[in-house]
Design a protein around this ligand. Structure first.
Ligand SMILES: NC(=O)c1ccc[n+]([C@@H]2O[C@H](COP(=O)([O-])OP(=O)(O)OC[C@H]3O[C@@H](n4cnc5c(N)ncnc54)[C@H](OP(=O)(O)O)[C@@H]3O)[C@@H](O)[C@H]2O)c1
Length: 278
């Protein structure tokens, strides 16, 4: 869920580097400027644990601000600080993906669709799974090279191995958690990366230590990203003219319906609540 903001809220022109009317977004973790996160940074996260952005006015430190790419609307820009930055941190973190790498994307929600778009924009070969053939059609329109319906193909890990000639993928965007982690491990190549992001799929498929060791897998927990990564990501978005996929925009008055819609999992990409009236 994302909430657009603009600098119309600014009361002064005294903030170095910024002027009234600039189109900006705060980073999700206000004090995460660069490098690793830490407990002091974590407590500056918007919405968790400090108040978030479902409001008209907000005061944030200037160091947390990032310019919204010009080709994006406020609604599109509002999708960047959480879902997009998380996917970018995964794929362009310490071991950035290279052109020609294979990437497995689980599902078609906010993080996953950004993962697909960034992977395609970076020259990777992308495999997307989803519960819906309709959603997989959208994934193919966005550049997915291979798609698998995980409902009709419950052994989707074997299908990924087939697609990759038995090798497995280089990177997996893991949003399923307990319900998918074991199969994600099966589908990832020896010494490949599993980017651990979420836990939308229930189950009890814990990973075993021998499975990790014998495949020399690298599991990396992702916690959003830094201002520096946000700026790098926006350069990629600008250069490749990437448009965030906004499934539906709800007015502020329909916030509860917006959350229900998100929970119903009908969406592809992002669901946005528009706070501002103009
Ligand atoms: N670590 C972080 O920094 C960070 C940041 C943002 C979000 N998250 C977490 O990441 C997860 C995803 O967030 P989101 O915003 O992308 O959520 P979302 O928009 O609600 O998308 C969730 C998607 O997960 C897919 N899914 C559900 N069960 C699945 C399964 N068994 N196998 C494969 N895919 C499955 C569904 O895709 P289909 O409908 O196509 O089947 C669904 O649309 C959440 O747990 C969220 O809390 C973490």
């Amino acid at each position: 869920m994302s909430y657009p903001k603009s600098t119309r809220e600014y009361r002064s022109n005294d903030v170095k580097g910024w002027k009234v009317g600039d189109r900006v977004s705060p980073n999700f973790s206000l004090d995460h400027l660069d490098g690793d996160t830490n407990p002091d940074i974590f407590v500056t996260s918007l919405g968790a644990p400090i108040d978030g952005v479902l409001r008209e006015y907000i005061k944030v430190p200037a160091h947390s601000l990032v310019r919204i790419p010009e080709h994006l609307s406020y609604e599109e820009g509002s999708t960047l600080p959480c879902a997009a930055l998380t996917a970018y941190n995964a794929l362009h973190g310490p071991k950035p993906l290279k052109g020609g790498d294979t990437v497995l994307i689980l599902g078609t929600g906010g993080v996953s669709i950004f993962g697909l778009q960034f992977a395609v924009a970076s020259g990777a070969e992308v495999i997307v799974t989803s519960s819906s053939d309709e959603k997989l059609k959208v994934a193919r329109q966005l550049g997915a090279h291979h798609t698998i319906n995980y409902k009709t193909t419950p052994d989707w890990d074997k299908e990924v191995l087939k697609i990759t000639g038995g090798r497995g993928v280089d990177h997996t965007i893991e949003v399923g958690g307990p319900g998918t982690i074991q199969k994600s491990g099966n589908a990832t190549r020896m010494a490949g990366y599993l980017h651990i992001i979420g836990f939308v799929a229930s189950g009890d498929n814990s990973i075993t230590i021998p499975a990790v060791v014998h495949k020399a897998h690298i599991y990396r927990g992702i916690l959003i990203g830094s201002v520096a990564q946000f700026e790098s990501m926006n350069r990629l978005i600008k250069a490749q003219k990437i448009k965030p996929v906004v499934d539906k925009v709800f007015p502020f008055e329909q916030t509860i319906q917006a959350y229900s819609y998100l929970e119903s999992q009908q969406h592809v990409g992002k669901v946005v609540i528009r706070v501002s009236k103009d």
